[in-house]
Design a binder for this molecule. Structure first.
Ligand code: FES
Ligand code: FE
Length: 450
């Protein structure tokens, strides 16, 4: 894997996007170890609720047991590997494997551990009661965390705690998940999860959300017709002061307004809906009051390495890019709104989400077209000889004094893509967690720079 990412020249080999071997190693070295987004707690509100998610190419089941605890189980029968849960979501006390009928409990009250093997057809006759059922429960993901209503998991027991993994980028992620900073109500999902497949490498999407403002030209047509929340104006009629904010030690980054402005543009974009505009103005003013000097930025989009992105402005969304093959991903969109927002706010948000994002959304289709054609046009033997260019803004990033390890790249910059592929290369080298976290830990040990 040596030399695929060259930060000195600002280039990334096309093999990173199309090679089967690179893809196989990504599964092991990135998706087998990093913290991955699994879902939202609203997906499993009641005991025995389940939701099927993915960790890399693997299917996992998110469950809530009778103690209210959330578990992540590998969706593969321990007998011959059949998927024990083929529905997307529901409520069940046991998962019964369709192949030979082994059944696994999801209920932590009745067994020692959710996922335990509780039913084996022919246990006494065919197995002569000799099968050790306790040893053949579903595989548990060892690290699971609920972060402001979102569920994250890692297969690696030695992974750092999630909060350390996201570091000071928590500020941005937190604003996207609950822009009232955890003090009130929290967020709820609007509707279900939109899921669809795109014939592109998953990293095109992660890279797009981490700070590619440069691709604005792709959305020129929607900007002209005007699909903003108010319906009558362009999508981003008042953008100014935006910048890329990236964390090279961690691989996360996004677009933000730095410093925050008195009135973020999402307030003004609702001018045709006075009730909604007023609501967001009040929410923002409360945020300014609550955070005071600590409100440094207004979050735009962002990516948590490796494959979760978000919109932190209003309306807020989560996007996930599940790798299926080097040239295919399954994309998810989850839409969030303040749980206690007035119904009018929720209604406007729902309509805007559908118009803007998802497989039928007007901007998402622009992006998907680029990613699909770029992937396809990079698979040929000749095309593969030539790396992609990530040189924009090299050598022009500045530390952000208030954010440990944070760098401001300026509005149009490929700083964050370089940060993403730099982190990608560190994982792909097989560095252990001590080495992966050492620079971030050193930064925490020192006072913030600047
Ligand atoms: Fe599940 Fe045989 S594969 S019971
Ligand atoms: Fe886009």
């Amino acid at each position: 894997m040596d030399g695929l990412v060259d930060l000195r020249t600002g280039t990334v080999s096309r093999e990173v996007f199309v090679s089967e071997e690179v893809f196989r190693q990504e599964q092991e070295r990135i998706f087998g170890r990093a913290w991955l987004f699994i879902g939202h707690e609203d997906m499993v509100k009641e005991p025995d609720d389940y939701f099927v998610s993915r960790m890399g190419t693997e299917s996992v089941v998110l469950t809530r047991d009778r103690q209210g605890k959330i578990n992540v189980l590998l969706n593969s029968c321990m007998h011959r590997g059949m998927k024990v849960c083929r529905a997307d979501q529901g409520n069940a006390r046991v998962f019964t494997c369709p192949y030979h009928g082994w059944s696994y409990s999801t209920d932590g009250r009745l067994v020692d551990r959710p996922g335990e093997l509780v039913g084996v057809p022919g246990f006494s006759s065919h197995y002569r009661s000799e099968l050790d059922k306790k040893s053949w429960g579903l595989v548990h993901c060892p690290r699971v965390v609920n972060y402001r209503g979102t569920i994250w998991a890692s297969w690696d027991e030695n992974a750092p705690d999630f909060e350390e993994y996201i570091g000071d980028f928590a500020y941005y992620l937190g604003a996207a998940l609950d822009h009232r900073d955890g003090r009130e109500g929290g967020s709820e999902m609007i509707g279900g999860v939109q899921k669809w497949r795109v014939k592109c490498n998953w990293k095109f999407a992660a890279e797009n959300f981490i700070g590619d403002l440069y691709h604005d030209i792709s959305h020129r047509s929607v900007d002209l017709v005007g699909i903003g929340p108010s319906g009558g104006k362009g999508r981003r009629d008042r953008q100014r002061g935006r910048t890329t904010v990236g964390f090279p030690d961690l691989g996360h980054g996004g677009l933000a307004e730095l410093p925050h402005r008195a009135e973020p543009d999402y307030v003004a974009t609702y001018r045709n809906h006075p009730e909604v505009e007023e609501y967001y103005r009040q929410v923002h003013e409360a945020r300014v009051r609550n955070l005071g000097d600590r409100l440094r930025v207004t979050t735009g989009t962002g990516t948590i390495f490796p494959n979760m992105s978000f919109h932190g402005r209003q309306p807020r969304t989560i996007a996930v890019f599940h790798p299926i093959s080097p040239t295919e991903m399954e994309m998810w969109r989850i839409f969030l709104v303040d749980r206690d927002a007035p119904q009018a706010v929720k209604d406007v948000a729902r309509h805007y989400y559908l118009r803007y994002s998802g497989p039928g959304g007007m901007t998402e289709s622009d992006d998907m077209e680029n990613w699909v054609y770029a992937t396809e046009a990079s698979t040929g033997v000749v095309a593969r000889r030539y790396p992609y260019n990530y040189q924009m803004g090299m050598g022009h990033s500045q530390p952000i004094p208030e954010l440990r390890g944070g760098y401001d790249g300026g509005e149009y910059s490929e700083q964050n893509a370089r940060i993403f592929y730099g982190r990608w290369a560190q994982f792909m080298e097989g560095r252990d967690w001590n080495a992966l976290m050492a620079p971030a830990r050193a930064a925490v040990a020192e006072p913030a720079h600047g």
